[in-house]
Design a protein around this ligand. Structure first.
Ligand code: NI
Length: 162
């Protein structure tokens, strides 16, 4: 069976302010420029979720896309769309919501929810990309230790082989 990569797109809009408590007011303005504006600003994010797997020999599909939609809806779109990332998303209580950090948080949320929404699916999360603007696109692979710490993976492998 061929290995297929499928990418599905989702859109959400959130506001954020880039400001690090570890930096002075001046340093924050220098590092983040207009993104340090105390009143925040918004982005229309385009999220791409890439899944890799093999099509089922009978159905010719990897898994029902509706399950991926339900997963992304639950852990990303519902909590983040039309929200203030700094104030409303736990990960950003103590982490600057740059799109670098947002990409890692989104990938982690999807990876964590995967076994609950797609149990036994012959497909795995490959990577996610977030388009912040037309020109800024951020990508993180599912194997990144920030998404799935090696210890957790080893533990999951053990469980599977038991
Ligand atoms: Ni911004």
């Amino acid at each position: 069976m061929p290995a297929i990569k499928l990418t599905r797109r989702y859109r959400f809009s959130s506001s954020h302010r880039l400001h690090s408590p570890a930096l002075s007011e001046d340093e924050n303005r220098r590092v983040y420029g207009k993104c340090n504006n105390p009143y925040g600003h918004g982005h229309d994010y385009l999220l791409e979720v890439t899944v890799e797997g093999e099509p089922d020999p009978v159905t010719g599909r990897m898994f029902p896309l509706a399950l991926l939609d339900a997963l992304v809806g639950r852990v990303v779109l519902e909590p983040m769309d039309r929200r203030d990332l700094n104030a409303e998303i736990d990960e950003f209580a103590s982490l600057v919501p740059t799109t670098e950090n947002l990409a890692a948080a989104v990938a982690r949320r999807i990876a964590d929810a995967w076994p609950h929404f797609l149990p036994g699916a012959a497909a795995r999360l490959d990577k996610i990309r977030i388009h912040e603007t037309k020109n800024n696109i951020f990508q993180i692979r599912a194997t990144d230790p920030a998404v799935r710490p090696p210890a957790v993976e080893a533990e999951q492998r053990q469980r599977v082989t038991k």
